[in-house]
Design a protein around this ligand. Structure first.
Ligand SMILES: [Zn+2]
Length: 703
């Protein structure tokens, strides 16, 4: 049976959907549509992970039950997927999976039981009972992993909570463990024998070096008295499964693992294994823990785990509410077509790397590639067919006796030139697509657009139209352009389903480009005499200035505007701004020696300061002497090499960032008690002082 199964992660139901979620869904949706277009029976899963302490607490704050809390967040996801054409009604996902489903409880219990019976490759019990010991924040009511606490200054002292700044308690609790440490060799042999199992290769290397560095057993349960909102451990109600164990298992329970009814309805046997799409921040869970669970349970491993990069702002910074550089989904949806958004994200993010997203960039791409590119090719071709050929697809043949005249006026009379180019491009396009290199695939598709544009401008149909003897030549040129558009409509269906179908209909074709297998396209199948449809702009040009003005007006000033977390907790202050799957950021550091640990960063004491005075120093043309209030009893005296670029008086009153624990040093006889942080660019290293756009008290620490 020719089937395919693709998944996005299921998203933790304690924050509302954002660009990252939308992106993974668009990628999965694109893959699913491409498979379906080739006649492959496809199942596409997305959904939400709804258990755990964070949801329990958010619910409590908002005065809801945990299930009501999850329902509330899910309603936002459903709205989002509908608005962006990603739900079942729009031909998108097949299931919006929720871990609160009864069948999921059954399936995950079945997996647990299998693990509880299993022996590791080294002959030990795969699951055993032990004690989980960790640093616990009472205020957070949560264990803290290494990247979630601040290491103590003095050895022997407890670390402190990054949120509460209070010392953590060493707490030990009974827990079930999964003997991950026995699976290193088995996992390594999977990565080695299946080089495509973790993609791209850079991520595979990270994962392998993480596994080689030695695996720790995983705590896979919590006492029900600590965390009750979760799946009970079979035969031991005193324990609740660890939320990640429960969440990962959704990929198999959704299609029928451990539940006969689901198996009948969808089919684990039929669809497994899946292609998992994940953000690189949760790679370790999917590429190490999940395959280890499956190995232990003797369940076939996924087809592959593919990690994509993150979206940064146009300047390459992380998006955050505080910086005010996030892309709001409602703003996006209001001002741009779904097809333009899909095209942009797939074109802009090079496979495996981080991408940059800004509204202006989106408008520029939509105008250049879509409105002026494909859109213009389509509208001018169809308009000319309307004008010169009675709105019917002309014949593609130039009669023998007209060939010489056609050649003389610059027409390439050999149809196979353009047909051959397009066939080759199609093959390349499909190859890139198969490798999930959407950006390169689209580059290739646009080489077809350029080729057709060139053919038209070489042949100059508007001149041919003036000569009755060139009527058939004119028809042949327009036929080739129209046939090119038909191919593009089929190729681009998975990327831009709406625009692709509009193009198809405007060509006068019946049915849908979604039903044509692109690898079976044959040049010349567009039928002569086909009456074209109503010609309309597929991609209207976006007025950049006007749209940017509207977008800026839509973006509420930061501070006044409800954060995601606020919305989730019903307005209560968020104790935790980070997404819950944050543990996985550890994966970022795997094998990348240039990264530092959080406590390396914590060594640098960055503080907000305010410039009280600034003056030039005699005979030192680069240095400014400043007094900076860092919230201490006395202002600090700091020297900075910025005199060539900043007028001293203009700095007074300005908020700056100070390295407060830099050893004081003497410059030109003056003591400097710290350092002002500035960017440096250009060959001269021009300094630009870091500052804040929002009000912040002097002495506040940056972390
Ligand atoms: Zn805390």
């Amino acid at each position: 049976m020719n089937t395919f199964y693709v998944t996005t992660p299921i998203y933790y139901a304690n924050s509302l959907p954002h660009l990252g979620h939308l992106y993974t869904m668009i990628v999965a949706d694109t893959i699913a549509r491409a498979k379906r277009q080739r006649g492959i029976e496809t199942y596409f899963l997305t959904g939400t992970d709804e258990h755990g302490i964070n949801i329990e607490r958010a619910a409590e704050k908002a005065g809801r039950t945990p299930k009501e809390q999850a329902d509330y967040v899910v309603s936002y996801y459903k709205k989002m997927t509908s608005e962006f054409g990603l739900d079942t009604a729009h031909g998108g996902y097949d299931i919006f999976m929720r871990t609160t489903e009864r069948f999921h409880y059954q399936g995950v219990s079945e997996l647990w039981r299998r693990l509880a019976r299993a022996r590791t490759p080294r002959g030990n019990d795969a699951i055993y009972k032990g004690h989980y010991e960790g640093w616990f924040c009472a205020a957070c009511a949560e264990y803290k992993t290494e990247d979630e606490y601040q290491k103590p200054k003095n050895e022997g002292d407890p670390p402190t909570c990054l949120i509460h700044d209070t010392p953590l308690d060493r707490v030990s609790e009974e827990s079930y463990f999964f003997r991950l440490s026995d699976y290193d060799e088995a996992l390594l042999s999977v990565y080695e024998s299946r080089p495509d199992f973790v993609r791209p290769e850079s991520r595979r290397n990270e994962v392998m070096s993480f596994v080689r560095s030695g695996l720790q057993d995983l705590s896979v349960s919590r006492l029900t008295t600590s965390v009750s909102w979760g799946v009970p451990v079979p035969d031991d109600p005193a324990h609740t499964m660890y939320v990640w164990f429960d969440a990962l298992t959704n990929y198999i329970t959704a299609i029928g693992f451990g539940n006969e009814e689901r198996e009948q309805k969808v089919g684990f046997e039929k669809f497994w294994p899946a292609l998992h799409l994940v953000g690189k921040d949760i790679l370790r869970f999917h590429a190490v823990y999940w395959p280890a669970f499956l190995l232990a349970a003797d369940v076939e491993l996924p087809r592959a785990v593919v990690a994509h990069g993150m979206w940064l702002d146009p300047n390459g910074r992380k998006m955050s509410k505080t910086l005010g550089n996030t892309i709001e989904l409602d703003v996006l949806q209001k001002h741009f077509s779904i097809d333009a958004i899909r095209y942009f994200v797939l074109r802009e993010m090079v496979f495996g790397q981080d991408g940059r997203f800004g509204y202006e960039g989106l408008i520029d791409r939509a105008n250049s590639d879509l409105a002026s590119g494909l859109g213009n090719l389509s509208s001018r071709t169809l308009t000319m067919i309307g004008k010169y050929c009675g709105a019917k697809i002309p014949s593609g043949v130039i009669p023998e006796d007209k060939l010489l005249l056609a050649k003389r006026t610059g027409v390439d009379t050999d149809e196979t030139t353009v047909a051959g180019f397009i066939e080759t491009a199609r093959d390349q396009y499909l190859l890139h697509f198969e490798n999930l290199a959407f950006s390169r695939a689209l580059e290739t598709a646009w080489s077809i657009v350029s080729r057709a544009d060139k053919m038209i401008s070489d042949a100059k149909p508007w001149d041919l139209a003036k000569d009755e003897n060139q009527k058939q030549t004119l028809g042949a040129v327009l036929y080739r352009a129209a046939e090119t558009l038909r191919w593009l409509s089929v190729l681009l269906h998975p990327i831009m389903p709406g625009a692709s179908q509009a193009l198809w209909s405007q060509l006068g074709l019946e049915g849908s480009s979604a039903q044509i297998n692109p690898s079976e396209l044959k040049w010349g199948e567009l039928k002569e005499g086909t009456a074209i449809g109503d010609v309309q702009a597929i991609f209207p040009r976006i007025d950049k200035a006007k749209t940017m003005e509207e977008i800026n007006a839509d973006q509420k000033p930061s501070g006044a505007h409800a954060t995601e977390a606020d919305a989730v907790t019903g307005g209560a202050p968020a104790t935790k701004p980070e997404p819950p799957m944050k543990h996985a950021t550890e994966a970022d550091a795997v094998g990348v020696t240039s990264f530092i640990e959080i406590d390396d960063f914590a060594k640098v004491d960055l503080r907000v300061g305010q410039v009280l005075s600034a003056e030039r120093i005699p005979k030192a043309d680069k240095l400014l002497l400043m007094k900076v209030d860092v919230g201490e009893e006395q202002p600090r005296q700091i020297l900075a090499g910025i005199a060539q670029y900043y007028e001293p008086e203009k700095l007074v009153g300005r908020k700056v960032v100070i390295v407060a624990n830099l050893k004081s040093r003497k410059l030109r006889g003056y003591e400097s008690q710290g350092m002002v942080v500035a960017a440096s660019y250009g060959e001269e290293g021009r300094p630009v002082i870091a500052t804040f756009t929002e009000d912040v008290p002097n002495g506040a620490r940056l972390k």
